[in-house]
Design a protein around this ligand. Structure first.
Ligand SMILES: [Zn+2]
Length: 196
């Protein structure tokens, strides 16, 4: 059986926060959020938003799971993608997801969005609201089934901001040009500009 004292010590060493959820359930908050049952019979651990996790996980491995990119999942463990991607994207858009998860830039329009999975399905991620976000199509393709954002990340990437915060932050009132400090589109070209 894994020990809670050792878990706390190991987590502290690697800068992972441990939350005691009661009943032997601990959450490890590193770059990823891990649910861990160190004193249970099977000592299971799984990254939040994934299909499941291994058994017999010791304290060190659990802490590492909170810090490292989840390993590629074998085919049978891969979550099925649901249909209706456009509606799912629209719901996220309405919740205030207006920036690409990968490059962090604002979308110019809804039509630029693609459905992005925070934990890639190939790495055990679920096709579930907790694991969904939006990205540009080229960014989505570039990221593929990797998680480059885990390099140097300071906060858990699969802990979403509170919904009310997202909604508040949603509609850019000045338009993108204003937010970026650019002149509004459609201005006449300044004198001396080339004619194209
Ligand atoms: Zn992007």
């Amino acid at each position: 059986m894994a020990s809670v004292a050792k878990l706390l010590k190991t987590a502290e060493k690697y800068g992972v926060k441990v939350v005691d959820c009661g009943n032997g359930h601990f959450q490890l908050e590193g770059r990823l959020l891990v649910n861990y049952y160190p004193t249970s019979k099977y000592q299971t651990a799984y990254v939040a938003g994934t299909v499941g996790g291994p058994r017999g996980v010791d304290e060190f491995r659990a802490v590492m799971m909170a810090l490292k990119t989840p390993i590629l999942a074998p085919g049978k463990e891969k979550a099925k993608r649901k249909n209706g991607t456009r509606l799912i994207r629209w719901k996220l858009w309405q919740l205030g997801y207006r920036h690409c998860y990968v490059c962090k830039c604002a979308f110019n329009s809804f039509d630029e969005t693609t459905l992005e999975h925070i934990i890639p399905l190939d790495r055990g991620g679920l096709d579930h609201p907790n694991n969904r976000t939006l990205s540009h199509e080229p960014c989505n393709r570039l990221r593929a089934n990797n998680m480059p954002e885990l390099e140097g990340a300071q906060t858990p990437v699969n802990v979403l901001p509170r919904m009310d915060v997202l909604v508040q932050a949603a509609p850019p009132s000045k338009g993108m040009a204003g937010l970026l400090g650019l002149p509004p589109m459609g201005n006449p070209p300044a004198e001396g500009d080339p004619p194209w």
